[in-house]
Design a protein around this ligand. Structure first.
Ligand SMILES: Cc1cc2nc3c(=O)[nH]c(=O)nc-3n(C[C@H](O)[C@H](O)[C@H](O)COP(=O)(O)OP(=O)(O)OC[C@H]3O[C@@H](n4cnc5c(N)ncnc54)[C@H](O)[C@@H]3O)c2cc1C
Length: 390
């Protein structure tokens, strides 16, 4: 049986980033990334919007994003393999979160926390919004927070960069499905694959994304994480916008990201989004449940066409919306990086480094123990503000 020090069960951005950070710091480690679908057709990272933001309410989530920005500044150089640099197309167009009066206090509390951590985020009044973005309707808007350093990139390119660099540093990338996390007397012993083959390891990371609950169950562990389908629509407005627009988030939860000119990516989470592994899109969701909402904020969107759509899965942590990071308290060697809901892509840098530090037994550079799975056993949820799941 092949023996590893660490096995990543799932080769998305979390698995590959953790493998990278392990091998960066200790090239002698034997690391395997086991991925059931290397085409990444249903992988959440690839189907995400690729956005990163400093605009969180919890200090640790803000610090995680600050670290991401630091790494993104030199990402292409750091991840070069044989002189070939990835092209992740990171652009910092800024995120603009519009707030209604009901959410104003929460938004300002988050802003105060962000500013106390030296984040470049400011409050814009309705008048300032109208003068900067004349196409916006500010009816019912109390103001907005604008984070100039927030931005978007190609999530597929980031994932492949982590994967290629981890392999270059010595990781084995194995195409297989993990069907079981094996364990004996409270200690992880490795994984079993669909072929029946077993791999041994003292540490297994559950990096299976929206499939993470299913995987944890094979070790007898129940995680309060559900795969929830989210749709994204690509739309073309009749009006061309000359300037680069920020990534816009409206109070109802609908968001709009300009790809270029009059082409936008648009999405919204609904309470009745299907739970399960459903990847079907339905344009009626946009036409009947999103369009009017959007026109209420940008009247010129009354004429547009849908030119594409896809659906991906959030791994929704129904306990508190934040990730579970670290060793599961009742099973030594089982590391979790699960339940990122809608914000895991940007967290891969800090989470990968953190999990690698925990496994290597070194003191974490960033203390993320607030997200320990122990909080589940203690029934101590950590919300992003007003019980909101993000
Ligand atoms: C529409 C949408 C928009 C989003 N937008 C953003 C955003 O703008 N910013 C942001 O930060 N986050 C965003 N997210 C969330 C983000 O995509 C995820 O939190 C993040 O990508 C999770 O990474 P992961 O590695 O945990 O999971 P994944 O990327 O899904 O990787 C898990 C991998 O594990 C593999 N796997 C599963 N089970 C097994 C098994 N048993 N054996 C072997 N392999 C297995 C899967 O094939 C998959 O490739 C968005 C998500 C969606 C769906």
């Amino acid at each position: 049986m092949k023996t590893y020090d660490v096995i990543m069960a799932g080769g998305g951005v979390m698995g590959c980033a953790t493998a990278y950070y392990l091998l960066l710091e200790d090239p002698n480690l034997n690391v395997a990334i086991v991925e059931m679908d290397p085409t990444y057709a249903k992988n959440s990272t690839v189907l995400s919007d690729g956005n990163t933001r400093l605009q969180f309410n919890i200090k640790e989530n803000i610090e995680i994003s600050k670290y991401a920005l630091k790494r993104l500044a030199t990402f292409d150089e750091d991840m070069a393999v044989d002189g070939v640099k990835p092209q992740i197309a990171f652009r910092q167009e800024g995120n603009l979160f519009l707030s209604d009066f009901a959410n104003e206090e929460n938004a300002k509390a988050g802003l105060a926390m962000q500013q106390s951590l030296d984040c470049d985020v400011v409050w814009l009044t309705p008048d300032e919004l109208s003068s900067r973005y004349p196409f916006l309707s500010v009816d019912g808007i109390a103001g907005a927070t604008f984070g100039a350093l927030d931005g978007t990139m190609d999530p597929h390119a980031v994932l492949i960069a982590f994967k290629n660099k981890a392999v270059d540093l010595g990781a084995d990338f194995i195409e297989a499905e993990v069907t079981e996390i094996t364990h004996e007397t409270g200690q992880v012993t490795g994984v079993k694959l669909a072929s029946g083959e077993k791999l041994a390891a003292k540490y297994v990371l559950n990096s299976a994304g929206a499939w993470g609950t299913k995987l944890a169950k094979t070790a007898g562990i129940d995680l309060p994480i559900e795969p929830v389908m989210r749709q994204v629509f690509i739309i073309e407005a009749a009006l061309d916008f000359d300037e680069e627009l920020p990534f816009l988030f409206f109070p109802s939860g609908i968001y709009l990201s300009q790809e270029h000119g009059n082409r936008f990516m648009c999405g919204k989470s609904f309470d009745d989004d299907p739970i399960g592994f459903d990847f079907r899109t339905d344009r009626r969701t946009f036409e009947e449940r999103m369009w009017e909402d959007l026109v209420g904020h940008i009247p010129s969107f009354d004429r547009l066409k849908i030119i594409g759509a896809w659906a991906g899965l959030y791994a929704v942590n129904t306990f508190d919306g934040n990730a579970f990071l670290g060793e599961y308290p009742t099973l030594r060697g089982l590391m979790l990086a699960n339940g990122f809901s809608g914000h895991g892509f940007q967290q891969a840098h800090a989470v990968g480094r953190y999990i690698a530090e925990l496994i290597r037994g070194v003191s974490p550079t960033l203390d993320l123990s607030i997200f320990s799975p122990q909080r589940l056993l203690d029934n101590q949820p950590v919300f992003e503000g007003h019980g909101k799941l993000v």
